[in-house]
Ligand binder design. Structure first.
Ligand code: GLU
Length: 314
């Protein structure tokens, strides 16, 4: 049983990332579970040099700590996705042997031209399943003789339902709402959806606390947990932090960065108070340490206060 925070080192953590990290840490500590730091540098080309070290420094500055991670090791090491390809490969072979994945030779254009509908949540198309059958696949492969295949998971029409600890009941039908999704990309990299399930499965993660932008990935991951033989964890999709204009913070734009906060001479306790207040954990934004915040909360309060702060979903 454990909890984790799993940032991608593609830039510095902004205040929204830190708030999610704080909630993940509180959840694990209140549940008396080990807390794991995992660096999701699967996409090495998008990894920024020094970003991993900076993240570790920033989390420690905030007063968070972890029991397993890239800097201290642990029973499920390594804790960096770039070092775990062999484990993803084993899961990939397992899916292959179960007949659950198939190679796809479609170009981006093929998919755009024949997509059934735009993906419900993102600006991407639902894959129409063109390479599902060997005949059609051979025909498409012939049109793109130099194309290396991506590998897709064959989705089904069963509805996947789960009770999100913050957002409540969620359900998704993968074939209709997502389509056959990529587990290994044409450039040879394993997809986030596969890697995260293998990691959470092998690391014994029982509670996944992360930003609500990942809610849409969860049904896919529950499906993969099941077929790979791991128990699915509980999910806590926490609200994303927005700026004064209501825009989501991004690692790119540098506003609301920890650096700016520190340059103004503000303390970690002031930031913890601010983060806890903006997500409804405390009634006033007064300075307090992560430990003090922890002492004043129960696991139920953590869940209920975050829930109370969000508007009900339709
Ligand atoms: N690495 C992802 C991110 O930084 C989080 C993935 C997860 O928590 O499942 O957004």
């Amino acid at each position: 049983m454990s909890g984790r925070y799993a940032p991608s080192p593609s830039g510095s953590l902004h205040l929204g990332n830190l708030r999610t990290a704080l909630i993940a840490w509180l959840q694990a500590r209140l549940a008396s579970h080990p807390f794991i730091l995992r660096i999701e540098d699967l996409d090495l080309p998008r990894t920024k040099a020094g970003s991993r070290e900076q993240m570790i420094k920033d989390l420690l500055w905030l007063g968070l700590d972890w029991d397993q991670g890239p800097d201290i090791g642990g029973p499920a090491a390594p804790y960096e996705q770039s070092q775990r390809a062999i484990l993803y490969e084993a899961a990939f072979v397992q899916l292959l042997e179960q007949g659950l994945i198939y190679p796809c030779y479609c170009s981006r254009k093929d998919i755009q031209n024949s997509a059934r509908a735009p993906h419900a949540h993102k600006n991407e198309s639902i894959y129409p399943g063109s390479c599902r059958t060997p005949e059609k696949r051979a025909e498409i492969a012939q049109r793109h003789p130099n194309k290396v295949a991506a590998w897709r998971y064959r989705t089904s029409s069963r509805s996947i339902e789960f009770e999100d600890r913050i957002l409540g009941k969620v359900s998704q039908t993968l074939d209709l709402e997502v389509g056959d999704f990529v587990v290994k990309r044409a450039d040879g990299l394993f997809a986030y959806q596969l890697a995260v399930v293998v990691d959470d499965g092998l690391m014994g993660v029982t509670n996944v606390v992360r930003g609500a932008d990942l809610l849409d990935s969860t049904a896919r991951q529950i499906e993969l947990f099941e077929v790979l033989g791991y128990p699915a964890p509980a999910f806590w999709h926490v609200p994303l932090m927005t700026d004064a204009q209501g825009t989501r913070l991004s690692k790119r734009d540098g506003s609301d960065s920890l650096n700016m906060w520190q340059q103004q001479g503000k303390s970690a306790a002031t930031l913890i108070g601010h983060l806890a207040f903006t997500v409804g954990l405390i009634d006033e934004a007064q300075p307090l340490s992560a430990q003090e915040l922890l002492q004043g909360l129960t696991l139920d309060q953590l869940q209920q206060r975050i829930q109370r702060g969000i508007t009900p979903r339709e």
